[in-house]
Design a protein around this ligand. Sequence first.
Ligand code: ADP
Ligand code: MG
Length: 602
Amino acid sequence: MLKRPGIIILALAVALLPVLPVPNFWVTQANYIGLYSIVCIGLVLLTGVGGLTSFGQAAFVGLGAYATGYLTTQFGLSSWLGLLAGLVITGICAYALGTITLRMSGHYLPLATIAWGLSLYFLFGNMEWLGKYDGISGISPISLFGISLDTGRSIYYLIWFFALSAVWVSVNLLNSRPGRAMRALKGGTGMAEAMGVNTAQYKITVFVLAALFAAISGWLYAHFQRAVNPTPFGLNMGIQYLMMAVIGGAGHVWGGLLGALIMTLLQDKLQVWLPSLLGTNGNIEIIVYGLILILILQYAQEGIWPFVVNIWRRVMPAKAPASAAKADTAGDGAAVPLSTRSKPDAGAVILEVDKARKEFGGLVAVNDVSFQLKSADIIGLIGPNGAGKSTMFNLISGVFGVTRGKIMFNGEPIDRLGARQIVARGLGRTFQHVQLLPTMSVLENVAIGAHLRTGRGHLKNVAAAMFRLDRAQECALLQEAEHQLRRVGLGDYLHVEAGSLALGQQRILEIARALCSDPILLLLDEPAAGLRYKEKQALADLLRQLRDEGMSILLVEHDMDFVMELTDHLVVMEFGTKISEGTPEQVQNDPVVLEAYLGGVD
Ligand code: ADP
Ligand code: MG
């Protein structure tokens, strides 16, 4: 993040450039940098944050440019209506395209965006009414408060207004409830869905948003150039946009701006230097770009932005981080706390598994297993490797559907519900293999757990976040996250990167994140795995404390000593079947269990 002095210096530089006696050439360069930045910032949201790669952004720029070019020249519409039309058309196209392609996994999405980029390029080039490959010329300049922005110097401020606004709304968005959900997309959909994030909806949102940014850039471009033709909207440019974002730093909003700056200046210089250096006139700069990209991906995967931040920190050391960080935790009690759900009475049955069965092809992983869990109890699900514990866990938490049987939670059948609907009903979970976002702070990671407790109305919530109208909600969320972190004993680590915590602490973080969803039942999959003795004891103490506060807990666990001293009730499975059940003492003395463990494969 750039802090205040950096922003002031940047704002001054941007404001002063056109009034200084610099040649027009540099103003034009600055205009291009601004135009490219807007596209690249969209790509940062899409690729760097959301993990969705697109080579097709140039086509969205083209939609914005052609929409305004056509409507203003053919129908004499105002350029501002041209902007509106471009945004609507691009929004609809991106939504339709996203609905089809975002379901695709792996490399299909980038491929689909290539196809999209290519086909739109040829569409522009073959349409008679769009002027074929000659395009549309004679586009009028934008007029603002009666002033015609008909020179490079006069449109400069408008371009940079949009570029810096793109930075502002993007930074705001990322530091919000919907922004954290978008950042969670990169960690795979499993964790995000289990926290209640509708990942498909967020993918579409970020895809459409990036396309809208591109369309704004296209609109400015058309009225700056006063003409459009298909060339700048082809696949070549789509690849260059992506390169700019990656080189600048796709994971950082400012990286989009930096990448546009570096690449535009570099391109200009390379076009002059390379031919004189090599004595040829071919398109060699594309080869040099390729080399630069490979070097960056090899040695600076985060792009160049982190280096700039490092240098900046040396020049302007950050002030005491605690105070700056405190400001956004809302530790002052100003926020209205999130509402909580009513807890079931102690001793009431809250989870009832009735002859649950799961078959994988011919394999019966869970064989008609039944058990009950009462409120404010800790139940352990144990058994040798491959017994079906994790599968049982996944049936309850909605990762798998049952083949047969019934699962009732808090008086409601949940065996046909997905993970997102189940967490909404008050069943929080952690993961056997810790799943968190390592570069995000501990506090932000935990706040994702409270995703479902606020923020009704998806689009309204996204828009409010972009313009900082969500501060009350944000305070409440961070306050809740802080409260849960203090509850589990991680209060000293709020602003530390989650990835820097020890494994034991990361597991505790996951418990705090699950608690943030205001659950009535916690599902923990092997919470003690990989922990040292001391850490296991701390974990056991925490779970006992939670139970004493009225929480119900179901844990799948391998470590017998841990389970025996902690649980009220045990269910033992072997080969998918429940072989015993009872208090730890009863189970320990059950000959069937002894046989399974001593004679088994564990
Ligand atoms: P546990 O957690 O008790 O070690 P699991 O529930 O992971 O056991 O596995 C139970 C059985 O189901 C194993 O034989 C395993 O290979 C099989 N199994 C688990 N998940 C799947 C799956 N997604 N597809 C096919 N077989 C699976
Ligand atoms: Mg398992």
